[in-house]
Unconditional design. Sequence first.
Length: 431
Amino acid sequence: MGQQETSAGIGLSKTLEWIERRLQTGDVFLVAAVVSIAPLFFSNNYLLAPKIFDRIFFLAAALPWVSLRFQRRAPPVLELSTRLVLIVSVILAAAFFYLLALNVSSWLQPGSVARVIDREWVYAGKILVFLLSFAVAVAAWKDFLPRFVTVLSSIVAASALYNMIVYLSGVTIGDNLAAIRLVNSLGMPGYTNSTNISITYALLFVASVAVIVDVRLPRFMRYWLVPVGLVLLAAILLTQSRSAYLAVIVGLMVVLWTAPQAFRRAAIACFIAGVLLGAAAVMSNAPTRAIITTRGESYRPEIWSVYASMALQKPLLGYGGLSDIGIRIRGNIDIDQPHNLILSAQIRGGIFCALAMITMLLGSVYWSICFLRLRAEVIPLSMIATLATAGMFDYNLLVTPITWPWVTFWLPFAICAGAEIAVKRNSTSPA
């Protein structure tokens, strides 16, 4: 009997030690984050993802800040981690002022509804918790970021694969592919159009390549991401989004330029050859050439000119995050937003909002470069390079519940903020 009790005690002790290690290495937070985000890509219910996120992620959001220590014959001890120190982050501060400027502008607009504005403040608070939790996780757990990218990319690739199957099943020989772009049949409700999904796929494709070329990571992880990356690349091509194409090229250039010396030249040579061959194949084939050329410059210069004039009319506060800022150009072409992250911030939240967006972008680039020098990890820099490139030709970032913008915009900013925190902590730590 005593021997059985001893064996049971040893088994329980090992189980508790295993749980403690999983908490300390960030595995529990990673699983909670993935489970919270996954419904966004496998459901068309706009309300489902926020409900699951609220009930799972915000409980796990405290994990980067605490440590749980199990003791024999005593209650577990919950301790505040040493990570709970004053965090000075330019990127997080800029995000705070961005959200503040947007909501203040919405609040001060004529006819604003208090109940709706209150909801926007709640969303902004949740976004800040999301940013802070992921930033601390990236800074605290060195293996967290590549593992998280591996799992999230796999989830998004599975969703993309389903959407491509549905798309290709509806395409027949002779169809005008320039008029048939990949859209989501499953996932990202409310943001299913080609341009939206393309940047999400582009970000995770580039991040996957960053993991693949990191020879320090486990081989299984790197090899697993090869088919995942190919699925995401195919989905990007089928969206026919030229901003995503350009963003992928820039992101890949960043990844390959920082790749290990052993295969950097070969990788860059293959990349350049692939771009040239792809461009030649596209331009030599009439249907594919039409895909690229039919939309011209998509009225970008005219759109930017009109919205710049609008910005000058309300430069201080802008028009608010909830206002209809749609315009009509050339008599019958309706445009819903400025198609530029910085100009959109100026239009929506005024000059302070635009400055905050510029600070987030530039700060993310700078601290990601510093992080690359510290850890030789290019994921943050590749993601922000991809996002910033696409963001100069499209997109606007609003205050929303957990939806497409959280994964596509706020997550890369959070990762870069984590890079910033890691660099600052390393520079201030005792030798």
